[in-house]
Design a protein around this ligand. Structure first.
Ligand code: AMP
Ligand code: GLY
Length: 434
């Protein structure tokens, strides 16, 4: 069969690479794709939100499954539009995608379903939010450990973690008055700041059954030691020892299954990948956020370790038959993905810089270079985004996988290329502690 993957990041490269390995699949198309998906699949020059053209392409090319990578087309209802045309599509409906598209929707669902999360309040404007802070924290209190969040999608940037009063008041102004994140800031969530390690637990669900994947850890801050501004994710590894088997079971039962049931009860059944962003606190795991799709870059190390056919999971989910599939088989070895970024990211950056050394890196054993912001230009691969590549490697231990991923990174160069040097180090602290 032919499969269409929608999106152009590292996640979509990993998905199309893995889907292309299935014996069930003839051709894999990626819309719009990048210079990496052009090699492992076939690119189609249609933007991820041009539903009309995507539907036309799917019908003309006998696409039997469309897999949606990013959140924006999901939040805009791509699944509903495809389904109305009788096309098979992997990803939640517009209604269920609100779990990521609206923090207010997400927090209210968590509260009603009694799922552990930070205490929160919702505000419609800057004045009422400000008033709440002034009432709750007398003016001589400087420490105000709260997180201010824009309700809507803001590419991971509409969340401001604060410690001091002036930071909180400024965050409220930026989101709700200056509308720095546009319409996403028309409502605000202010919540208690949680402390602990973060982890990502993802599961496939068809709305009734779930298949939980091994836990992963992302690295959102730009620089080493988790400093600097937040990014889309500078690297990830899997599995993370920070989530013990007992904690994983707890997350599966009290977070994932509870959420799937809550959505089913509210007549918005969820089909797709449900991603729980967790804080592992002293009181146990608490939900920071849900995403309604694979994480990027978590998808890259996860799929690198998947030994069985990813089409079993994708088709089982779409057809509501996840309870009938054989459980996925994983490579015992951990995988580490290091993101290489453009100079200036997550701020502004230039595009079009020529990348060298890709084939040398790709020749290393157990290394796969997933492309994100890349494009082809006159026979060269050039930079075309902030996060450019995700160099991913398997190794016998987390540190061996890390070493191998960085030996891939060392082979690749372009003007201004940089990466974090400490991806997966938090796993080593756990291993050393035990
Ligand atoms: P979100 O998009 O809601 O996951 O937030 C992005 C990032 O902000 C998370 O990955 C955390 O690092 C941080 N964050 C969000 N909510 C909280 C919270 N309640 N306490 C501490 N950090 C948080
Ligand atoms: N890695 C975080 C995300 O995909 O949102």
């Amino acid at each position: 069969m032919n499969v269409l993957v929608v999106g152009n990041g590292g996640r979509e490269h990993a998905l199309s690479w893995k889907i292309a390995q299935s014996s069930r699949v003839d051709r894999v198309f990626v819309a719009p794709g990048n210079a990496g998906t052009e090699i492992d699949a076939e690119n189609v020059a249609i933007p991820a939100t041009d539903f009309g053209e995507l539907i036309k392409f799917a019908k003309q090319n006998e696409i039997l499954l469309t897999v949606v990578g990013p959140e924006i087309p999901l939040a805009e209802g791509i699944t509903d539009v495809f389904a109305a045309e009788g096309l098979r599509v992997f990803g939640p409906s517009k209604a269920a995608a609100q779990l990521e598209g609206s923090k207010v929707f997400c927090k209210n669902l968590l509260r009603h379903a009694d799922i552990p999360t930070a205490d929160y309040r919702v505000f419609d404007d800057a004045d009422s939010a400000r008033h709440h802070i002034e009432e709750r924290y007398p003016s001589d209190v400087e420490d105000v450990p709260v997180v201010v969040k824009a309700d809507g999608l803001a590419a991971g940037k509409g969340v401001i973690v604060c410690s001091r009063r002036e930071e909180v008041l400024l965050a409220i102004e930026r989101i709700a008055r200056d509308r720095e994140f546009g319409a996403a800031g028309s409502r605000l969530v202010i919540e208690e700041r949680l402390d602990g390690q973060e982890a990502s637990v993802l599961a496939f669900t068809d709305g009734r059954s779930i298949v939980t994947l091994p836990p992963a850890q992302d690295h959102k801050p730009a620089y080493d030691g988790d400093t600097g501004p937040n990014t889309g994710g500078m690297g990830a590894y899997c599995p993370t020892p920070l989530v013990s088997p007992a904690t994983l079971r707890e997350v599966e039962e009290h977070v994932l299954v509870s959420t799937v049931h809550a959505l089913k009860r509210s007549r918005n059944p969820f089909r797709g990948v449900l991603y729980a962003g967790l804080m592992l606190t002293n009181q146990g795991p608490k939900v920071l956020e849900f995403n309604v799709r694979f994480g990027d870059p978590e998808c890259q190390p996860l799929l690198m370790r998947l030994k069985s056919d990813v089409m079993d999971l994708l088709e089982g989910t779409v057809d509501g038959k996840l309870d009938e599939i054989t459980l996925p088989e994983w490579d015992e070895r951990p995988a580490v993905c290091v993101v290489m970024a453009s100079e200036g990211y997550p701020g502004s950056y230039e595009k079009g810089r020529v990348i060298r050394g890709l084939s040398e890196a790709g020749e290393l054993k157990d290394v796969k270079v997933f492309h994100a912001g890349t494009a082809s230009s006159e026979g060269d691969v050039v930079t075309n985004g902030g996060r450019v590549l995700g160099v991913t490697a398997l190794g016998d231990s987390v540190s061996a996988a890390k070493l191998r991923a960085y030996s891939g990174v060392k082979k690749i160069r372009w003007k201004g290329a940089w990466c974090r040097k400490d991806i997966s180090d938090k796993a080593l602290t756990v291993i050393n502690d035990s």
